[in-house]
Design a protein around this ligand. Sequence first.
Ligand code: BGC
Length: 419
Amino acid sequence: MKKKVVSAILSAAMVASLITGCGGSASNGGAASEAAPASEAAPASEAAAPASEAAPASEEAPAADAADTAANGDMTIGIAMPTKSLERWNRDGSYLEEQFKAKGYNVELTYSDNKIDQQVKDIEGLIADNVNLLVVAAIDGESLSQVLAEAKESGIPVLSYDRLIMNTDAVSYYISFDNYTVGTLQGQYVIDQLDLDNAGDKTYNIEFTAGDPADNNAGFFFNGAYDTLKPYIDKGTLVIPSGQSSFEQVATKQWDTATAMTRMQNILASNYSDGTQLDVALCSNDSTALGVTQAIESDYAGTNTVIITGQDGDEANLANVVDGKQSMTVYKAVANEAVATIDLADAILKGETPDAGLIDNAGWSFDCAYDTESYDNGTGVIPSYLLVPTVVTKDNIQTELVDTGYYTMGDDGYPHPVQ
Ligand code: BGC
């Protein structure tokens, strides 16, 4: 099923490039320090989905009504992404840009180099350019209240993309994956791999690495994993030799790979240099898992394979999964997150007030829940569209990532993202 969506997206990308070729759309990343030209995203050869795979447009990505598409040409979507230095946001930006363009919208896409002030400036620029709707993946969920108040005053609807933006009533909707479930999947993976329910008196050592405290998602990921493993920690089956068990202790500023590596090197030096065995490194995502894997490779004396979790399906991490250096990653199909965002934005710009009905009417082939309880940003609950994450291991890379069309398997034996 997913295959069809990706194929449809790829087809849409081709349509988009045709439209661009006719001068029908504009992309302006100029204000941002990390502008991402769409052309960088997908080489033409990759964008061409094999005809046999392409879903009929009517089935998955209803070709926008020609009149609608033309009308959309008067409207511009402002997309503010956090940084190009964390792999996934490059994919998000490209997918969103291509698909909004395929529906006839103009797009301004900014990347802010993980700098909060830069993102505020970038959003100010988008407001000044009179965009009709904003899609924002915040660097710091707490720092956008003022600039988004300006957006609200200008009547610009704001969609909080992937990360919830806090303390502002300017946000209309939140689109993400079920973030708590991402963590529970990681925790459950550890339980299954170590067969913790039948561990008897055996004990295993675990260390946690979480994400950026400025990112509202990071706490959800950590809590999902920790809550799932807590019964085994309480029982003593899982032991945390470093004693670092709170989110604050294990967080990684800006999800930075080098920061995660240094912290793990310190933990290894202080707690494992006497031959203590590390069994699990529970990492919230792939950028942190990469640093932790590097630390284990360089500074861990043990010879056992450490279970290392991750999230995103970043290219380097998937190579590590293939090589047995990382055990799993939780994959979130950002192509589908983009589809949900486009359809939601489209409905809002047509004057509708979307709710659960959007999912029923859209006919998406991926699962999505409409949630009006879980995500309170401090001004009230933000209605949320939550997609479903998937566990990817060496055993199912082919079926989950390659057969679905998200990645191609290279001649080098490693998966490479299509976009
Ligand atoms: C996203 C993750 C990503 C992390 C770092 C989070 O907000 O949900 O997918 O790994 O940011 O980029």
